[in-house]
Design a protein around this ligand. Structure first.
Ligand code: FAE
Length: 536
């Protein structure tokens, strides 16, 4: 995060561009060659939603893709020609209806220097606040792919089998992980970039420290276009800086191959996706064999433009772990889908993928210029609950801070519950004590790094309550509608025929690596199986 305060990038008259485009003249459903055609809704346009949309439209089926956030491809550029803001200059495009940013690094030197006041609007990064856990999520067409670090990691088959024994690992690793990696355009960091580029000095320094302590350092594949990153640095062909301009959690303007450039682009190219943006599904009620959805459409500033109910024959839930669980928990609690009454697995097995973050101050150079996309990780993993996979994260500021930052994913097996409360909305029972094993195993690992790096200490001046290890936020919400438990083995919700789940809620709380490759692969598998079974 920058020390220098830059003035917010000015916003260039967005309102006309951010209003939802009117629906197409045709609607889904009706008949095709005399046969009835199901009216299908997909709720959410992240990884699961993109896969579902591509799958169905390739088979010639029209879908309504309903997304509560903005279609950023239709947004007018700001005065600097960019759509998204960098982390140094947030504005109303940066966060989802917040008056102030709330960055993972809240402080510098213990001082409140990082966060900025911003206008409230339908920005790209949201935080869902629960009692002892806050969860960062992407909002907009493309979901988390708009704001994430692009790290695209396939889990080990042994850990995958441990977490999801109900899913055939051989089939996943033979067919669906390769398909997901190809669709997402995952690439390993090239040797020249990670080996010599000044903007990965921060990663090489932390890797050297880890190796000295006896840990294994691994490349972390990414969806970022590495050729673009090279050109960003050289300026060749007039390439604009993006990963090198701190464009990550508030969106990335160039270089990152997010879903609107990959799987969603393929789905939309069929002409069969009716995208309904800035429209939140607030309620789901069963109606005969199908479902009535309550839809609330807003403009960029949050004014409600319409509220309506639409009936669909089939509904695909792809609103993310929290979004999907919210809709189903509410439907169950309010008796809106009577078949859910006896489904006791709804809202269960939620977890933050064992996330904890830390920063170490030392005497070695980490460099001022740092690429926003992580490319190296440290593995201390044997599938046990105390396993740790720590990515070396950038911490770009306008001065040399001699600081290494890590986002650790741990094998912590604790799980929490999500449930609907009429007054409070979605409740998440995760507490700091659920995070304690993540902190303990990560501390045990990094104590060994501290022991071999002269002058190294944990920083206490970056996180809330001067914590050395965060135990209160996650980028990786998982679970709530676990496959084979809340749903059948294809993702169809038990007790709710024609209601399907394809997102991170299917995975029980952890997966040992960054989750989007697994979410994509599992969605591909489920869509294949649902098609073969004639369900979708
Ligand atoms: P997701 O991508 O969250 O998509 C859900 C979509 O549904 C969103 O667009 C929502 O706006 C929309 N939605 C929600 N509720 C509703 C509703 N009621 N009506 C209409 N629309 C709705 O779900 N993962 C990695 O693997 N590698 C990384 O480097 C990485 N870095 C991350 C960094 C950040 C800052 C964040 C926030 C996440 C990161 N993640 C990373 C996590 C990853 O993005 C996340 O696991 C996936 O995006 C989850 O995919 P889903 O399809 O489950």
């Amino acid at each position: 995060m920058p020390l220098r305060t830059s003035s917010p990038e000015s916003v260039c008259s967005p309102p006309a561009q951010i209003l939802p485009r009117p629906g197409r003249l045709w609607t889904v459903g009706g008949t095709l060659k005399g046969q009835p055609v199901a009216r299908i809704a997909i709720i959410g346009s992240g990884y699961g939603g993109a896969v579902a949309a591509r799958h169905l439209t390739r088979r010639g089926m029209a879908v309504d893709l309903i997304e509560m956030g903005v279609d950023w491809d239709t947004m007018a550029p700001m005065s600097n020609g960019r759509i998204f803001t960098g982390m140094a200059s947030p504005n109303e495009r940066s966060m989802w209806f917040k008056s102030r940013t709330d960055m993972p690094f809240a402080y510098l030197g213990g001082l409140d220097l990082i966060n900025r006041r911003i206008g409230q609007a339908a920005g790209v990064l949201d935080i869902e606040y629960f009692d002892q856990m806050k969860v960062y999520v992407g909002r907009g067409v493309g979901g988390g792919s708009l704001v994430n670090g692009g790290m695209a990691v396939t889990p080990s088959s042994s850990y995958f089998s441990k977490v999801l024994p109900q899913v055939d690992a051989e089939e996943m690793f033979g067919t669906y992980f390769p398909r997901a990696n190809a669709s997402l355009k995952v690439a390993r960091p090239p040797k020249d970039i990670i080996g010599t580029a000044e903007y990965y000095q921060f990663a090489r320094t932390a890797a050297r420290h880890a190796k000295r302590a006896g840990f294994e350092v691994v490349d972390v594949p990414n969806v970022y276009d590495w050729d673009h990153m090279r050109r960003e640095h050289s300026g060749y062909g007039g390439a604009q800086r993006s990963a090198l301009a701190q464009e990550v959690i508030f969106g990335n303007n160039y270089g990152k191959r997010s879903l609107p450039k990959t799987i969603l682009a393929e789905a939309r190219a069929t002409g069969l996706v009716n995208l309904i943006q800035m429209t939140e599904v607030t309620r789901l009620v069963s109606d005969g064999d199908g479902y009535r959805l309550s839809l609330k459409t807003i403009d960029f500033k949050g004014a409600v433009l319409s509220q309506r109910e639409v009936r669909y024959d089939k509904v695909v839930l792809a609103a993310g772990s929290l979004g999907t669980s919210r809709l189903v928990c509410r439907a169950q609690s309010d008796g809106d889908v009577p078949g859910l009454d006896s489904n006791e697995a709804i809202g269960q097995k939620w977890g933050p993928n064992g996330n904890t973050m830390l920063a170490i101050r030392h005497r070695d150079r980490t460099n001022v210029l740092q690429a926003g996309m992580p490319a190296l990780g440290i593995r201390n993993w044997n599938d046990s609950p105390s396993s740790v996979f720590a990515e070396i994260a950038p911490f770009p500021t306008s001065m040399e801070l001699n600081t290494s930052v890590y986002l650790a994913i741990t094998g912590n097996e604790n799980l929490a519950e999500l449930r609907w409360d009429a007054q409070r909305g979605l409740v998440n029972t995760w507490t700091a004590s659920h995070s304690a094993p993540s902190v303990a195993s990560t501390k045990a690992m990094f104590d060994k790094v501290l022991a071999v790096v002269p002058g190294a200490t944990y920083r206490t001046d970056l996180f809330e309550k001067q914590k050395q290890f965060t135990d209160y936020f996650s980028y990786h919400p998982l679970g709530g509608m676990v496959i084979g438990e809340a749903t059948d083995l294809n993702g169809e919700v038990k007790g709710a025929p024609n209601l399907f789940v394809v997102d991170g809620s299917l995975i029980p709380g952890r997966i040992g690596v960054n989750p989007f490759v697994t979410i994509t692969a599992l969605a591909e598998r489920n869509m294949d199986r649902l098609a073969s079974a004639g369900r979708l």
